[in-house]
Design a protein around this ligand. Structure first.
Ligand SMILES: Nc1ncnc2c1ncn2[C@@H]1O[C@H](COP(=O)(O)OP(=O)(O)OP(=O)(O)O)[C@@H](O)[C@H]1O
Ligand code: SF4
Ligand SMILES: [Mg+2]
Length: 321
């Protein structure tokens, strides 16, 4: 598949200079490459602090990269200025975990959905109002809700408003950062079904950030497993979930018993918290928590190895299936 968006060797380090040049930079993202094709959903998983949201923000051009390059349809994101940058930004949108925080409580949601249409010169006045109604319909909300204020919606409805607002400018690429984790399970299913439907109907490229593995499995085509800002394993969802090759992926999967109710996975308990991204371990960054670690794991960063078509992992060892 031809990628719509490609990120090559992305790194993001925060801070580090501090007072009088002291302090180590936080290595939030290190040498991560991601591509997403039209109509494809890629899941980004990993513990809290593994760099998921930072990657999403980098790919949308919302924060500058420390190194690496992002291209949308072959055009560099980040290097663009003026109208060109605005056009690129329109094509890439973000759906937040908590749309409440990004909606103005004092303005009707219809007006807020229309903002993007006006800013990007897509429509205004009556035409914009008609488009807002159509968008509300697209996300399964009554058109009359355009006149409501954010507090007059339930959590799931508010998330639909957030999705409608992102879709208003007809994006090609959508980053959904934990879009359902604040919702009840029954409402989660509805919002996920909506995202899946929109991806199919509109051919959106979707980067889906989550630490909920069953949800990633149900929605995504491919999955990328992150630890301390680095990719541990990547591949087709069914392949990675059925045949995980990296110890960290195995640990994550073993902690999600609802994935295969019939299949018993040995629970792999990870001790402690991930180390500080300001001071990552030498060699394999997972080694301080890896039950399979060997002295050699401290020596060099493991190279990515192929496990199957489109499936690779970064570990020195070959574990039993
Ligand atoms: N603006 C910032 N300044 C300094 N450090 C930051 C900044 N943003 C993120 N970080 C650090 O970068 C690392 C990755 O953060 P990020 O928010 O990308 O993680 P995440 O995987 O999205 O976590 P969560 O699951 O909790 O949302 C963390 O150690 C975080 O503290
Ligand atoms: S390289 Fe070593 S420490 Fe890292 S995941 Fe593999 S076995 Fe564990
Ligand atoms: Mg996050």
């Amino acid at each position: 598949m031809i990628p719509l968006i490609e990120a090559h060797n992305l790194s993001k380090h925060f801070g580090g200079r501090g007072w009088f040049g002291r302090g180590r930079p936080v290595q939030a993202v290190n040498d991560v490459s991601i591509s997403v094709a039209r109509g494809e959903a890629v899941g980004l998983v990993g513990e809290s602090g593994s760099g998921k949201s930072t990657i999403g923000r980098l790919m949308l051009g919302l924060i500058p990269v420390t190194s690496g390059e992002i291209k949308l349809d072959g055009q560099k994101v980040g290097a663009a200025h003026g109208d060109h940058a605005r056009r690129l930004r329109r094509r890439m949108q973000l759906v937040f975990q908590d749309p409440y925080s990004s909606l103005d409580p004092r303005r009707k949601v219809g007006d807020q959905i229309a903002d993007g249409l006006v800013i990007h010169g897509i429509a205004q006045g009556d035409e914009a109002r008609e488009m807002v109604k159509a968008l509300l319909g697209q996300v399964g909300l009554p058109t009359a809700h355009a006149d409501r204020y954010p507090h007059e919606f339930s959590g799931g409805q508010r998330q639909r408003v957030g999705i409608a607002r992102a879709l208003a400018v007809k994006p090609d690429f959508l980053v959904a950062d934990e879009p359902v984790s604040a919702l009840d399970v029954s409402v989660q299913a509805q919002v996920l079904a909506l995202l899946a439907d929109l991806r199919n109907r509109l051919g959106l490229a979707l980067l889906f950030i989550s630490h909920d593995l069953p949800v990633v499995r149900s929605l995504c085509d491919r999955v990328i497993v992150l630890y301390l800002g680095r990719v541990m394993e990547e591949g087709p969802v069914e392949e990675v979930f059925a045949n995980p090759r990296h110890p960290y992926t195995r640990a994550l999967l073993s902690a999600a018993p609802s994935l295969d109710p019939g299949k018993r996975r040995t629970r792999i308990l990870l001790k402690g918290d991930p180390p500080s991204p300001a001071n990552p371990p030498s060699g394999c960054v997972f080694r301080t928590r890896c039950p399979w670690a060997l002295p050699a794991c401290a020596e060099a960063v493991p190279a990515r190895r192929a496990a199957g078509p489109g499936h690779d992992f970064a570990c020195l060892r070959d574990l039993d299936p």
